[in-house]
Design a protein around this ligand. Structure first.
Ligand SMILES: *Cc1c(COP(=O)(O)O)cnc(C)c1O
Length: 526
């Protein structure tokens, strides 16, 4: 294996991946590929004594740490400003992001994050406030939380909303804790079983189990939906609730949802709706009209706030009349001197189950979500859902003849394919996805939902133009034809053009190396 001048393997995968037939044609002295630069860890770049700012020595100050004495240097790298700027700029260019390419990751709703939202979130009145400030000094921020809550309640038709949950999964936890509290208030703590369809996102059963419930799976029908008969067969007086996603994770609307809600209610249970796919129906359908008792809304999906590394998630939960009294603290109320926060159970006639977070929720995300809502207006949000569904159906209809769609069409916001079209080609869905990377597209979601074999789930969102979708479709058609033509080696060696090639993603997730330790000098050669 050859090394570049930075001491890294030119083809790091070569030893482990026999099918990769990298030639040294792309190898350079530095390891850089033009603007695609090799990048060392920041700790490897540092040099003791190098600084970005030059401050005078502090006058000897008395330490206020008491007995907690520092044991030594804390091991941060010493770098100049340009080193820091270049390092992080280069890192930012090493990954796919919603700002660089189409990101068709199904279930995740990777839509454009409008820059206007960012501008609003940086207004000092929102960005420079502290959660412990007296309410009288943050009336504008409380007003904003209240306005966003009003929009979420109006759009969903639900009477209450808990704003504090910090993600969709955290919202599920909030909803199930409210259900548990409501059951306890009814004296029905024997209701410990939660019904979850097989196609559900993994967070649903995980949340139910985390809350101390047992999980009972409902099998999916041939057509990818949940039937009211299958639900009825599972109902009993020990059922706490059902957790149902609509549109579901196959990108399909659940047509029997109202009958399912009625059956669950008749049996004394609650209906938790996983609202992660709300983007497909926002402005067109009110979940309250479907009999929903609780539903989280991922602001980072439907309402365009950044995901993951771009910012924290946010998962407010709308609640029905039955669950509203159990909503967590704190919450905003209209007091006699403007907006006020209810922070303690003693200050309300309601029966809050507790708290999800130390403070009020992801304020920066609230600002972005409200900016998005106000810039679209009610009619614009309806258009968002319409266009998201149209785009997904365009993808499905344009690829159905070369890729295999297990449930046919039409779909809602996502187009689901399985791996039947790859049968006998020697190309797996993973290989197929890796080949997309070389073509400049982030792969779609793979192997989820579990109810279809080798799932490939494409969610274009309303963000993508027809031109981008046409390019995406043409690329997938080309790759599908190439796989069927017997060129499996092309796929097995992909990606060829990335700085790092086939990575062991399982090991990276299961055994992440999160700590840098200085290299041990090699023993001298004999
Ligand atoms: C994204 C998603 C979740 C979890 O939401 P997070 O915000 O990632 O915690 C739950 N269910 C479905 C269907 C999802 O797509």
């Amino acid at each position: 294996m050859s090394m570049n001048s930075q001491g890294r393997a030119t083809a790091p995968h070569a030893a482990s991946h026999a099918a990769a037939t990298a030639t040294d044609a792309g190898a350079t002295f530095t390891g850089n590929k033009a603007l695609n630069q090799e990048e060392a860890l920041i700790f490897e770049l540092g040099n003791p004594g190098v600084v970005g700012v030059d401050l005078p020595e502090p006058a000897t100050a008395k330490t206020r740490l008491g007995a907690v004495k520092p044991r030594g240097a804390i091991g941060l790298p010493d770098l100049s400003e340009p080193q820091v700027v270049r390092h992080f700029t280069r890192l930012s260019q090493k990954n796919f992001g919603i700002d660089s390419t189409m990101y068709p990751l199904g279930s995740c709703t990777m839509k454009h994050n409008p820059r206007l939202n960012e501008k609003m979130a940086r207004l000092p009145g929102f960005s420079d406030v502290h959660p412990l400030q007296p309410a009288s000094t943050v009336q504008g921020a409380l007003d904003l939380i209240d306005q966003l809550a009003h929009w979420l309640k109006t759009l969903t038709g639900m009477p209450a909303v808990a704003m504090s949950p910090g993600a969709g999964a955290h919202g599920e936890l909030c909803g199930l804790m409210a259900i548990r509290a409501a059951l306890a208030a009814r004296g029905e703590t024997h209701r410990t079983r939660v019904l979850v369809p097989e196609s559900a996102h993994g967070t649903n059963p995980a949340t139910a189990a985390f809350c101390g419930f047992t999980v009972d799976a409902i099998p999916a029908e041939e057509n990818g939906r949940v039937s009211v008969e299958a639900v009825k067969a599972k109902l009993g007086d020990d059922v706490a609730c059902i957790m149902l996603t609509n549109p579901n994770t196959c990108g399909l609307f659940e047509p029997q949802i109202k009958a399912i809600a009625d059956a669950v209610h008749a049996a004394g249970g609650y209906f938790y709706c996983d609202g992660a796919n709300y983007n497909a129906i926002v402005g067109r359908l009110r979940p309250a009209d479907l009999g929903v008792d609780a539903m989280h809304i991922n602001l980072h999906k439907t309402f365009s706030t950044p995901h993951g590394g771009g910012g924290p998630g946010s998962g407010p939960v709308v609640l029905s009349e039955a669950l509203a009294p159990f909503a967590p603290l704190p919450f905003v109320v209209h007091g006699k001197d403007g907006f006020a926060l209810v922070e303690h159970a003693d200050d309300t006639k309601a029966k809050p189950f507790g708290r999800m977070k130390a403070f009020h929720g992801q304020m920066g995300m609230f600002v972005r979500a409200l900016a998005y809502i106000l810039s679209h207006g009610a009619d614009g949000l309806r258009q968002v859902a319409t266009d998201a569904v149209l785009n997904a159906n365009y993808v499905l209809a344009s690829l159905q003849d070369v890729m295999s769609a297990p449930f046919g069409g039409p779909c809602m916001h996502e187009a689901l394919f399985d791996d039947t079209f790859l049968k006998g080609t020697g190309v797996t869905p993973l290989d197929f996805a890796k080949a997309m990377i070389d073509e400049g597209f982030h792969p779609m979601t793979m192997y989820f939902p579990l109810v279809v074999h080798g799932a490939l789930l494409v969610e274009p969102t309303e963000t993508e133009s027809k031109g981008t979708l046409d390019q995406f479709i043409a690329t997938l058609r080309y790759l599908a034809d190439k796989a069927k033509a017997g060129d499996a080696a092309h796929f097995q060696a992909a990606p060829r053009l990335t700085p790092r090639r086939r990575l062991d993603e399982t090991a990276a997730a299961r055994k992440p190396v999160l700590r840098w330790t200085p290299p041990v000098p090699a023993p001298a050669a004999e």
